[in-house]
Structure formats: structure tokens, C-alpha cells
Design a protein around this ligand. Structure first.
Ligand SMILES: N[C@@H](CCC(=O)N[C@@H](CS)C(=O)NCC(=O)O)C(=O)O
Length: 199
């Protein structure tokens, strides 16, 4: 039987994406907390698992997957049949364009602006720049969700999971979601899915 371990930090939004899918698919796994206080994720031992020194890392029978997007792809295809990430090339690409948004404007805008405010650590521009990048993502999401319940394929997929954590915490990046009513409704729709993990 495949042994799956999630190396994560409880407050990490990128780890939360993986926790959501593990929970939705009810995949047996072990959780290993990485100690942020001792900067364990920058240790030689951790860097051997993930050269970027970040969580999450998903360990599958001794194989290490880093980046939440890779973890979602693996779990969806291994345990979710065609539901969360279909094998059909066109459908897969329609899901992956939103996963790509999560790794670009959402990370460099919403995630880093929030982190800057919480930790006073600004690695990719100041608050104003972060908020401007965030709005590119939020406008794309709002435009899509205005006319659709889900980001891709008319059903929940890893597109929704990948975008969710840092969109939900947009107010912590000092971006009010009141101006994005379709996003606010989508957040509630996601949280109502059976098996959705608590933050
Ligand atoms: N693109 C990566 C980003 C990972 C990332 O930013 N991880 C953060 C936690 S959410 C981290 O490990 N930060 C530790 C640090 O920067 O010291 C992913 O999606 O997994």
C-alpha cells in the first residue's frame, strides 16, 4: 500500500490546498509539522526534499513532490478518477490555467501582500504593488464566477482548490472582497463541499 506523508505548516495556505484535497478524497496519510520557529524548512535535510525550502512537500513511498500544484495534480489523478483533474487534454488545460493563476498572480499578489503585512517580509514588491497584482487575479476570478459556479468544467476541480486559500484571506492583504460578490459566493460554495477541510 502507498505510504503518503504531508510535510506542512498549519498556517500555510499552500499546505491548506493539499489538506483540502486529501480530505475531500479521504486519502489515508500521515501529517508531519515542519517547525517554522527553528527554520526547519531551510535545513539541509529539508532542502534535500525540496530545494526551494518551502512547504508543502508530499512524500509518496520515498518520492518527494514539492509545490502545491504538483501535489494537487498527483492526488487528483491518483485518487480522484477524472473528477478533479480529467485526463482529456482540453479539459485538463482548462483546469490548469486556474492552477497556473494560483502560482502566479495569486502567489505574488495575494499571498505575498498578506505575508508582508503579517511578517513584515517583502520579497516581491511593496503592498501597493502586491495589491495591484492581486487585483489582476481577483478580476479574472470575478469575471469567470459571475457566470459560472465553478472555475472550470462546471464542477469543482483542483482549479477551485488551488485558488481558494489566498483568495479567502484577501482581507488580510487589505483587499476587501465586498467588491467581488461572485467570489464571496464561490467561497461559501467551496466550504459547503462534503469533506472540505477546516483551515
Ligand atoms: N509555489 C509554492 C509556494 C510555497 C510557499 O510559498 N510556501 C510557504 C508557506 S505557504 C513557505 O514555505 N514559506 C516559508 C518561507 O518562505 O520561509 C507552492 O505552491 O507550494
Amino acid at each position: 500500500m502507498t505510504m503518503i506523508k504531508l510535510h506542512y505548516m498549519p498556517p500555510s495556505g499552500n499546505s491548506y490546498k493539499v489538506r483540502i484535497l486529501l480530505s475531500l478524497l479521504d486519502v489515508p496519510h500521515e501529517k508531519i509539522v515542519v517547525d517554522n520557529k527553528t527554520r526547519e524548512h531551510k535545513s539541509a535535510q529539508f532542502l534535500a526534499m525540496n530545494p526551494r525550502g518551502e512547504v508543502p512537500v508530499l512524500e509518496i513511498d520515498g518520492v518527494y513532490l514539492w509545490d502545491s500544484a504538483a501535489c494537487l495534480v498527483y492526488l487528483a489523478r491518483q485518487f480522484g478518477g477524472d473528477h478533479w483533474l480529467p485526463a482529456d487534454p482540453l479539459q485538463m488545460a482548462q483546469v490548469m490555467q486556474w492552477v497556473a493563476l494560483a502560482g502566479s498572480e495569486i502567489q505574488f499578489g495575494l499571498q505575498y501582500a498578506r505575508r508582508g503585512l503579517k511578517q513584515d517580509r517583502w520579497t516581491a514588491g511593496n503592498l501597493e504593488q502586491g495589491q495591484a497584482i492581486s487585483r489582476v487575479a481577483l478580476n479574472a476570478l470575478e469575471g469567470r464566477l459571475n457566470k459560472n459556479d465553478w472555475l472550470a468544467l462546471g464542477r469543482p476541480t483542483i482549479a477551485d482548490i488551488a485558488c481558494f486559500p489566498y483568495v479567502e484571506t484577501a482581507p488580510q492583504a487589505k483587499i476587501a472582497l465586498e467588491n467581488y460578490p461572485a467570489i464571496v459566493q464561490w467561497i461559501e460554495r467551496c466550504k459547503a463541499l462534503p469533506g472540505w477541510a477546516e483551515r
